[in-house]
Design a protein around this ligand. Structure first.
Ligand code: ATP
Ligand code: MG
Length: 578
């Protein structure tokens, strides 16, 4: 795809607020550091679905590239095949496109570079900077020392270059079992930075890889792979989250201990006259959200334990889940921009994300009427069989959303909650003998309440004041306005009321023994038997504000024209605010 086009991001280059990364890039450009180039990458590991935290990284990488006429690559960091799969690769590509971003050129994989990575490891061994080690994982851990105690050298540290090269070739050839040997960088077993204590560069893993099949039985580690992949792709700014800060010395060590000309020759800039400068890693704080579990491992547990219906359950903080829930790409991008980028870890209130979607839908979602819990109302002065098509604006402010026709008939439904036989003080909706305005329609009066043998209200007999269409009633005030749907012309719908999945601020806290104990029992309430105005399911729109109820969208998977299913994206107002 778009090999030649510059990275695009729909909200790029707007008057975005500054942050330390934008400042750093501007500084590097001013100083001609990378020959005026800005090239970033988003490097997901395909071991799960993307979540809202990844969206922050995606937005950052794609927008800073676009703002500076640069490029952003998509590179799958696929060095741990046992946990990865094509399903995850596909969902990640799909999510990035849906968010509105296009990566530069082809999708890349770290596994594209396995041959080069192998050659570079040979170079490191050749120059005495790496060796083959036969310590078992457990022994290696013991030799590694602790934060307060230096490690000890591996007994294999002094093995000759010739023997190391021979063993490495035989590792590749599949002569040894998993764990029999590893390749380690020869750095410093006494370094205060544990990552520098002869870190592993290669391990033996006899597993099939989703991209390279059975070609390899040795796989490079993340640390060894990431810096070299960045260098090969001509990345200038390698942006990652703070937990990699302590890995930066290793990132630099590996690149500096290879021949820069060899790296350049293996890179996309091999034949370019442009200046070649090694990539630099810069860390920023992860996005954390309260009331949310975000780590991929935790999300996976929820999927596997059936607490949610899948990675795309509308309660999941995954892009796929949020999309099904009804979030728009713009609302997610706006949210990511509004939380900012910094180096200090903080927890963002989920209310901010909810605000972003409410704000977007309020502006752009057409209105519709849906009665979830219907009570039959018979309007005595409307003839049976008569249908009045009432013309209503789809949106109170945005005329570009057009108009719709809402059928009004003798029998309608209103929500049970909008009628009270025995109203509390201040109740402004329908009461026996009282009047209420039907939204966009007439004022009606309740003349008779029909109950069943248990005293349960089953219908209301009303009359309409036919002089009140678009006009105030004569000589009296009618305060309440309620929504309604024609009983005969309305369409049946299923509704899923989604709410926050957790009742506690930090469900990932170590204090919580079982996350299941803090699940919100009301995170999903399913409602059958609702009725909706026909235009909402015959038109082209997917997302609506249901008048007085909240924002809803048609479920992408379970909805069909005969059986519409609407998910509640978000309530009209924040009911969680303290
Ligand atoms: P998790 O911690 O949820 O398992 P991860 O960091 O292992 O995620 P990767 O696929 O390795 O997931 O991440 C791809 C990119 O997204 C990395 O650059 C990573 O730093 C970034 N990223 C991951 N989580 C967040 C987050 N919460 N906020 C911002 N960026 C994130
Ligand atoms: Mg990871």
């Amino acid at each position: 795809m778009n090999n030649s086009s510059k990275t695009s991001g729909s909200n790029a280059a707007s008057a975005a607020p500054s942050n330390f990364i934008r400042t750093l890039i501007a500084y590097d450009l001013e100083n001609g550091k990378h020959g005026g180039r800005v090239h970033t990458r988003f490097p997901p590991e395909p071991n799960g679905y993307l979540h809202i935290g990844h969206a922050k990284s995606i937005c950052l990488n794609f927008t800073v590239a676009a703002e500076n006429n640069g490029y952003c690559n998509l590179r799958f960091d696929d060095t741990n095949p046992a946990k990865e799969s094509q399903e995850f690769v596909d969902s990640i590509k799909d999510n990035i496109k849906w968010l509105g971003f296009s990566w530069h050129g082809e999708v890349r994989y770290s596994s594209n570079y396995f041959e080069t990575l192998y050659d570079f490891a040979v170079q490191l061994i050749d120059s005495g900077k790496a060796y083959v080690c036969s310590l078992s994982a457990e022994e290696a851990r013991e030799y590694r020392g602790t934060l307060t105690e230096a490690g000890r050298n591996s007994p294999d540290r002094g093995r000759s270059v010739g023997d190391n090269l021979d063993l490495f070739a035989r590792m590749r050839a599949g002569e040894f079992a998993d764990g029999a040997y590893s390749v380690r960088a020869k750095i410093d077993m006494a370094s205060p930075n544990m990552n520098m204590r002869d870190p592993v560069l290669y391990r033996i893993r006899h597993v099939t890889h989703h991209q390279t099949g059975d070609k390899w039985c040795i796989y490079p580690t993340y640390d060894y792979t990431h810096c070299i992949s960045d260098a090969i792709e001509g990345i200038t700014h390698s942006l990652c989250t703070l937990e990699f800060e302590d890995h930066r010395p290793l990132y630099d060590w590996i690149l500096q201990d290879l021949e820069i000309e060899a790296i350049r020759a293996a890179s996309v800039l091999a034949n370019s006259p442009e200046k070649y400068v090694l990539p630099e890693q810069t860390e920023f704080a992860k996005l954390k959200l309260n009331y949310t579990m975000m780590g991929k491992r935790n999300l996976k547990t929820m999927v596997e334990e059936g607490v949610v219906s899948g990675w795309d359950d509308p309660r999941m903080p995954t892009i796929a889940g949020m999309r099904r829930r009804g979030f728009t790409p713009a609302s997610i991008r706006n949210f990511c921009e509004s939380v900012g980028v910094s180096r200090s870890e903080g927890v963002v209130d989920l209310g901010m994300l909810e605000h972003a979607i409410r704000d977007d839908l309020d502006k752009h979602a057409p209105r519709a009427m849906c009665v979830m819990n219907p009570l039959r109302v018979v309007i005595g002065n409307i003839a049976a069989g008569e249908i009045q098509q009432l013309d209503m604006a789809s949106h109170p402010k945005d005329e570009s959303l057009g108009r719709r026709s809402v059928p009004f008939t003798r029998e309608i439904v209103i929500d049970r909650a909008d009628f009270e036989s025995d109203p509390p003080a201040g109740f402004k909706r329908l009461i026996p003998g009282g009047e209420v305005r039907l939204r966009g329609c007439y004022v009606i009066k309740c003349n008779e309440v029909v109950t069943d043998s248990d005293g349960e209200v089953i219908a209301l007999h009303c009359s309409a004041d036919l002089d009140t269409l678009g006009k105030k009633p004569e000589g009296r005030k009618v305060k309440g306005v309620i929504h309604w749907v024609s009983a005969s012309e309305g369409k049946p719908v299923s509704i899923r009321l989604y709410d926050r999945l957790f009742t506690v601020e930090n469900p990932e806290s170590k204090q919580i023994e079982d996350y299941r104990s803090c699940l919100n029992p009301d995170s999903l309430i399913e409602i059958a038997g609702g009725l909706i105005e026909p235009a909402a399911i015959t038109g082209e729109h997917q997302r609506f504000q249901f008048e007085r109820e909240g924002y809803f969208c048609l479920d992408e998977l379970d909805s069909s024209p005969d059986n519409p299913v609407f998910n509640r994206t978000i309530t009209l107002r924040d009911s969680w605010a303290k």
